[in-house]
Design a protein around this ligand. Structure first.
Ligand SMILES: Cc1ncc(COP(=O)(O)O)c(C=O)c1O
Length: 379
């Protein structure tokens, strides 16, 4: 059997990884400023994480959600405490798309309505409703286009109110900082307006923190930069540091009913052990403080490179915009300088999503590499 060929692949085969470095089969080391797409939060193969998962699999790795699982309770308590969202309730699943799918379904149950407002250039995943609220026709099949969705421009609260006033909307879903879209974000004024309008029209406000959550923005959740209170927060990526786990944090005003949501694998023992370990390391190693320190350093360094036209994002969810397409530059960073970075819908933008353990010295190495390429190839 061959693999179903849906990914264009770089010709690199990592066989091991540690903290911010990935090593390929030939022993070549790469600086990972991409974190496997914003997934690696506490660093690759963190010893505490490896220990916790190893210990757990030797006891019990999985049983269904029909039994008591104290690890889920421990995870919910820790997540509530560390995020400041103690009053919310947690439902666990396996991925970001699934988290958004569950959030949208819950909003529809809650309001009895079906239309969703999303934003231009949004990315929320590839499953049924999650892909329908993703602003990319190419990844929406006819099956997905059955959903009722309206895309609006970020920061246009007038257009939002016009749509909400039609009284057929169940949810507004928004990324605090767009990831795949290219690091655009709404203003604080806009987020406050969105919150106010959702309350006024009894619409569920879903903040997609799948990429921006877990400290990446310099606060536990990126929406916390705007002092708003979402109805549902969706999480995945950094939550498990590579172990597949996702979840939704549900405001206590939304009440649970048996059977409303469900999953076979979601919240299994092994996934919970991974996710608990991630929270412990974020707390013990003060990784959110590190995000802020290294982020400020990155902004300073980026300002000194004239080819960089714009620095976008927050914390360690960053983008460097150039006035040319960056695909070749990113290839040179990988193959000549051995540094992983990310791309986005914006072809002129390099995306930086390192493990939250990254240090100033790694940022130095990145900018030295960038300067050297820019000089060598006369960008
Ligand atoms: C903001 C956002 N939401 C949802 C998803 C989908 O997550 P997953 O690939 O785990 O389904 C992504 C993935 O990139 C994302 O960036």
């Amino acid at each position: 059997m061959k693999l179903f060929d849906v990914y264009p692949l770089y010709n690199i085969t990592p066989v091991k990884a540690q903290d911010v470095f990935v090593t390929d089969e030939n022993g070549q080391e790469y600086l990972d400023l991409y974190g496997g797409h914003g997934v690696i939060s506490i660093g690759h193969t963190h010893p505490k994480y490896v220990e916790k998962i190893t210990d757990q699999i030797q006891k019990i790795g999985f049983y269904s959600n029909a039994i008591q699982n104290p690890l889920q309770v421990e995870l919910a308590e820790k997540l509530g405490k560390l995020s400041g969202c103690e009053d919310y309730n947690l439902f666990l699943c396996n991925s970001g798309a699934e988290a958004n799918e569950n959030a949208l379904k819950l909003a529809s149950f809650e309001t009895g309505k079906e239309k969703v407002i999303a934003f231009e250039n949004a990315f929320h995943g590839r499953t049924s409703a999650a892909v329908a609220v993703t602003d990319n026709e190419k990844i929406n099949a006819p099956l997905n286009s059955q959903h009722s969705v309206c895309f609006l421009a970020l920061n246009d609260s007038e257009a939002l109110e016009n749509e909400l006033a039609k009284n057929d909307v169940c949810a507004v879903i928004i990324e605090p900082i767009q990831g795949v879209g290219g690091l655009d974000q709404g203003t604080t004024q806009f987020f406050k307006e969105v919150e106010k309008l959702c309350k006024k029209y009894n619409v569920v406000l879903i903040l997609d923190e799948v990429q921006s959550g877990y400290g990446r923005s310099g606060k536990f959740f990126a929406f916390q930069h705007h002092q708003i209170e979402p109805d549902i927060i969706t999480v995945a990526k950094g939550m498990g540091n590579g172990f597949p786990i996702g979840g939704i944090l549900v405001h206590p005003k939304i009440k649970a009913k048996y059977g409303m949501l469900g999953t076979t694998f979601g919240g299994n023992h092994l996934a919970c052990a991974a996710a608990i370990s991630v929270l412990e390391v974020i707390e013990n190693e003060k990784l959110i403080d590190n995000v802020n320190v290294v982020s400020a350093y990155f902004f300073e360094k980026a300002k000194s490179l004239p080819q960089v036209k714009k620095i976008k994002g927050r914390g360690l969810m960053l983008g460097l915009e150039f006035d040319f397409e960056v695909a070749e530059l990113r290839k040179k960073l990988i193959y000549e300088e051995h540094i992983f970075t990310g791309g986005s819908n914006n072809k002129n933008l390099i995306r930086i999503l390192p493990p939250l353990t990254v240090k100033k010295e790694h940022i130095d190495r990145f900018f030295e590499a960038l300067e050297s390429i820019v000089l060598r190839y006369e960008y």
